[in-house]
Design a protein around this ligand. Structure first.
Ligand code: ADP
Ligand code: MG
Length: 282
């Protein structure tokens, strides 16, 4: 699986008075089995960008390639792409619509042409993967809590067995415990199922803990695209565009200024602990 965006620009309402350039000349390549995070201020183009990854929005300029095939070619199989590259929307309500959770999760596999039995098997496997309790399978998706709705929406995409799972702010509105649960489940999927993950997030902590690569969006452009350590090194510049480094990065910088010989570029608690113990000679 590979996805490539070449010189992609996107304009909302082209030719109208409300014309907005949401993406400006984006060049990106997403490799197999990566765990990538996309961060950026509200309105920086994150949601618009990910909707280009599975062809939901069509670039105003430029091209998108899936396994080196141009997805805008007339003979390109868009339905296949939408199964391989699964997108979970920011608001699960936009995605859930059936009477029961189980029916909702069966929808994708049925649409792929699987039999009822096969679809149900896939759905149950997906619901188990996201940790949905069995007694909720027959509930209406709309009666679920925020965290459970997210799980149902993620299961609906997983049931299609995608190679790449894209999640638009999957932890927004959840409490810290619910947030960690969802993120750990996603991490487990990435490790055990070898699924590629693209996580759009507002939380620098989440991003530092889970992603191998961070893409920073600013005003429709890619500002940084690098490892978390290298991206958060630019924390002054990140602040200028309304972002920040994880809190622990600031604490470690302060400790260095105060004379403790801890490493630079610390981005999570695990690294911080090791570095502090080492600097104390333990
Ligand atoms: P993000 O997800 O980073 O908050 P978006 O991709 O939603 O950013 O938005 C990028 C830009 O496009 C913003 O200026 C936003 O106001 C504009 N925009 C987003 N969706 C629409 C839309 N449906 N119609 C017009 N403008 C839009
Ligand atoms: Mg968004």
């Amino acid at each position: 699986m590979s996805l490539r965006l070449e010189n992609v620009s996107y304009i909302y309402g082209k030719g109208t008075t409300t014309e907005t350039a949401a993406l400006k000349n984006i060049n990106l390549e997403i490799e197999k089995e990566e765990f990538v995070a996309i961060i950026g201020h509200t309105g920086s183009g994150k949601s618009t960008l990910i909707q280009h990854f599975n062809g939901l929005e069509k670039a105003t300029e430029g091209n998108v390639y899936y396994n080196d095939k141009n997805i805008y070619d007339s003979d390109f199989n868009m339905k296949e792409l939408r199964c391989r590259v699964g997108l979970v929307f920011q608001y699960p309500e936009h995605q859930l619509f059936e009477e029961t959770v189980l029916k909702d999760v069966c929808f994708g596999p049925l649409n792929q042409g699987l039999s009822k039995e096969q679809a149900k098997e896939r759905a149950i496997e997906a619901l188990k993967l996201v940790g949905m309790r069995e007694e909720l399978y027959e509930s209406s998706p709309f009666e679920l809590s925020g965290g459970q709705k997210r799980r149902a929406a993620i299961a609906g995409v997983l049931a299609m067995e995608p190679d790449l799972l894209i999640l638009d702010e999957p932890t927004a509105g959840l409490d810290p415990a619910g947030r960690d649960k969802i993120l750990n489940q996603i991490k487990m999927l990435h490790e055990r199922k070898k699924i590629g993950v693209i996580l759009v997030s507002h939380s620098m902590e989440d991003v530092a803990n889970y992603a191998q690569r961070i893409i920073v969006m600013n005003k429709g452009e890619v500002k940084y695209d690098d490892t978390p350590e290298k991206v958060f090194k630019n924390y002054r510049e990140l602040e200028r565009i309304g972002l920040a480094a994880p809190q622990i990065t600031y604490i470690m910088h302060q400790l260095r200024e105060d004379g403790l010989k801890v490493d630079e570029d610390i981005i999570n608690l695990e690294q911080a602990k090791e570095s502090i113990l080492k600097s104390l000679g333990r």
